[in-house]
Design a protein around this ligand. Sequence first.
Ligand SMILES: NC(=O)c1ccc[n+]([C@@H]2O[C@H](COP(=O)([O-])OP(=O)(O)OC[C@H]3O[C@@H](n4cnc5c(N)ncnc54)[C@H](OP(=O)(O)O)[C@@H]3O)[C@@H](O)[C@H]2O)c1
Length: 283
Amino acid sequence: MDLRGKNVVVTGGNSGIGFVTARELAMGGARVTLACRNVGAAGAAAAEIARATGNGSVGVVRLDLASFASARACADELGAKLDHIDVLVNNAGTYTQGDETTADGIHPTMQTNYFGPYLLTRLLMPLIEAAPAARIVNVSSAMYAVGKLDLSRPSFLTARNGFSAYAASKLATILFTQELARRAAASRATANVLHPGLVDTKIMTLRKWYDIFIRAYVDRHSVDVETGARTSIFLASSDAVEGVSGQYFVDCAERDPRLSRRATAMRESLWARTAEIVGLPAD
Ligand SMILES: NC(=O)c1ccc[n+]([C@@H]2O[C@H](COP(=O)([O-])OP(=O)(O)OC[C@H]3O[C@@H](n4cnc5c(N)ncnc54)[C@H](OP(=O)(O)O)[C@@H]3O)[C@@H](O)[C@H]2O)c1
């Protein structure tokens, strides 16, 4: 895809994989908007991207995915700035410990990684469908494979520790992408989902004593952030995936996520229950 002049939005584009994704798409000539919770950090990142790429079309909007009000305000702000979106990269994500809930009553990891991106994406669909052939790129994680969802429980979680919430949020991201792709099939918009690999970024910050074991593993097995951003950049811009939708990618290649029959069966009800919780109609 020729990125020149394309409207690209990258959530969490101030840091880690999102920063490199935004920078490389700007390098290709896209008009990039970083949607971030810390507008100071995002402004500094935008300036750095502009300096590194010579592309001055790098803007910032505020987005706290752990707040439904902020996701709605962000969609409004993007609607006021852009008449269409060619690429939306739902990259922002978190991993929190503890049992707290957000002001919306959701587990913070579930809201940041799943409910928030769901709400934002659905609110942006009119802008996305206004583009000739838009792409939605959702960043999941291989941790989805151990994720469990129970739609009858608060935040859909079967256990409320950080690890379970993270894995569940990434499973929900895959199911959301598949259902979104199915629903968007009538338009020319596509939606795909990816695992970036194990990357030593801020999300890997130690939180508990036993995280030292994770740290040791990360030190041995992680790839650098440039490599970690490759699949996001590929899905956002490569001609090789034109028209491809609803697929899961690792290392720039399609993979079967091998979802359980139980998980696949809940795709439509997950969509509908989530819509209810974020305050949108199911269709
Ligand atoms: N690193 C890995 O090994 C790995 C593996 C699999 C999947 N992933 C996924 O890759 C994505 C990018 O993560 P990363 O590794 O690049 O980590 P990172 O450097 O920590 O970047 C995460 C980004 O998400 C933003 N974010 C966190 N909470 C937010 C909120 N409530 N509202 C808006 N933005 C928020 C962060 O903003 P702040 O700068 O303000 O904190 C940051 O910009 C995430 O979805 C992560 O789950 C990473």
